[in-house]
Design a protein around this ligand. Structure first.
Ligand code: ADP
Ligand code: ASP
Ligand code: MG
Length: 430
């Protein structure tokens, strides 16, 4: 029998009525003859509420204790969702990450899934039950509860779909699918029919929170078709699939805004072999992920020397990590006899993403022209094969996002449709 994994995000299970609506989705798939595994997130904003509660007790709680706390959010929703399905006449059983066989590496707050032991899930499916699995959590070999990073329930769903060879993983959320930009910030964004794994991965890593990055990575590695759909409206959603199935002809297919970026700049660093590894080793050891790194030579090379004696290194990180990074780099600067690092608190990043960029020229200049016309100052530029990113003043972020989206002709010419009034499912798709 074919298997479908359905994941319901926080706003989709925010109250009993919405939970019933999601349960009906599982029932429809069951009636169509599929086995179904349901994955749920914590209800509504409950993960944020738990974090605020912890914050009132400690400004730096142990990550292990935070994981113990945050995992309870999903445990509430699995029990309630299983009760909902049972009440509607469909046998279901709630399972924590550990009970569902999800093993992770021993890293709290952003653990990666190492393996899925499918025995228990197979037994429940064979008994005709719908397993309702807690997203976002797993367990280490030592039985410690871990969480997978914010938004990690998507990853639970795709990991289960991969481990059990599901024919599709459906991610139900509060928008109709993946758009050319966040439809809450760009009212004329267009719903995409398909997006390639690579483009979705790039967009997710640049801040498009509609999918968790690791979920898309797993989907690509294990060839799991992922469909993003609205939990409360019927529609085709967006299929995340191999590039060969996408036939995207545009050079840029989506635009992404990442807010709350901080930058630390170190100047007058001696440019000797190993300096970069000395600076970045403690950051990596602290488990902090660095966004972009920009190194510039600040003194001209002396005759006969190919490299100058001094460099400046700037790096960007999530604003939440800025103070930890700054502390580490301050210590490094003191040891090197370099000036104290300087920090910028209010930056954001707007990125244009598209696999078509590989074969089309002029993408960067279109983006720069658009930002110039909007009189937005660019603090830094980084690129990859399929994206161009500009670091900008935080307050210009949303305007820049709309400007760049328009510059690449991604918007619906029909004009604005507000999310607050509900997106029209019949809107043009690309
Ligand atoms: P869930 O709780 O269901 O996991 P999330 O809040 O994590 O939902 O993700 C859905 C949100 O992602 C949408 O409400 C939307 O604001 C945001 N988003 C960002 N970029 C995009 C995009 N390109 N397409 C669709 N939604 C996007
Ligand atoms: N509840 C977790 C969060 O809010 C995981 C998820 O929703 O995917 O980040
Ligand atoms: Mg999410």
């Amino acid at each position: 029998m074919s298997l479908v994994v359905q994941k319901f995000g926080g706003s989709s299970v925010a109250d009993p009525d919405r939970m019933r609506r999601c349960a009906q989705r599982a029932i429809t798939a069951k009636r169509a003859g599929h086995d179904v595994i349901v994955v749920v997130s914590a209800m509504g904003d409950s993960t944020d509420d738990l974090l605020s509660l912890a914050d009132r007790i400690s400004s730096s709680p142990a990550k292990r204790e935070l994981d113990q706390l945050l995992a309870t959010g999903e445990q509430v929703s699995i029990a309630l969702m299983a009760m909902t399905l049972n009440e509607l006449g469909f046998p279901a059983i709630s399972l924590t990450g550990a009970q569902a066989g999800i093993r992770t590496e021993p890293a709290h707050s952003r653990a990666r899934i190492r393996s899925v032991d499918r025995d228990r899930l197979d037994r429940e499916l064979a008994a005709g039950r719908i397993p309702v699995v807690a997203g976002f959590q797993g367990t280490t070999d030592d039985g410690e509860i871990t969480t997978l990073g914010r938004g990690g329930s998507d990853t639970t769903a795709v990991a289960l779909a991969a481990a059990l060879n599901a024919h599709e993983c459906e991610i139900y959320t509060d928008v109709d699918g993946v758009y050319t930009a966040d439809p809450r910030l760009v009212p004329n964004a267009i719903l995409k029919q398909k997006i390639s794994y690579d483009e979705m991965m790039e967009a997710a890593s640049l801040g498009a929170k509609v999918m968790h990055l690791r979920a898309v990575e797993l989907g690509k590695n294990y060839s799991v078709p992922i469909r993003v759909l609205h939990s409360g409206r019927v529609g085709p959603g967006t299929l995340i699939c191999p590039e060969s199935e996408c036939m995207e002809s545009r050079s840029v297919s989506s635009v992404v805004l990442k807010k709350d970026i901080g930058r630390v700049t170190m100047t007058r660093l001696p440019n000797r072999p190993g300096i970069q590894s000395e600076l970045f080793r403690p950051i990596a050891a602290a488990g902090i992920s660095v966004d972009d790194i920009i190194q510039t030579e600040t003194a001209t090379p002396t005759a006969g020397e190919p490299l100058s004696g001094e460099v400046e290194i700037a790096l960007t990180v999530d604003r939440a990590d800025l103070s930890d990074v700054n502390t580490l780099l301050k210590m490094a600067a003191a040891e090197l006899g370099s000036p104290e690092p300087t920090i910028d608190l209010s930056l954001c990043k707007v990125s244009a993403v598209g696999v078509g960029m590989r074969s089309n020229s002029g993408v960067a200049s279109t983006m720069f022209d658009a930002l110039a016309q909007a009189r937005i100052r660019i603090a830094n530029i980084t690129t990859s094969e399929i994206r161009i990113s500009c670091l900008l003043p935080h307050d210009d972020g949303e305007r820049a996002l709309r400007t760049v989206h328009d510059a690449f002709g991604l918007g619906d010419a029909g004009g604005s449709v507000s999310v607050a009034s509900g997106l029209d499912p019949a809107r043009r798709q690309v």
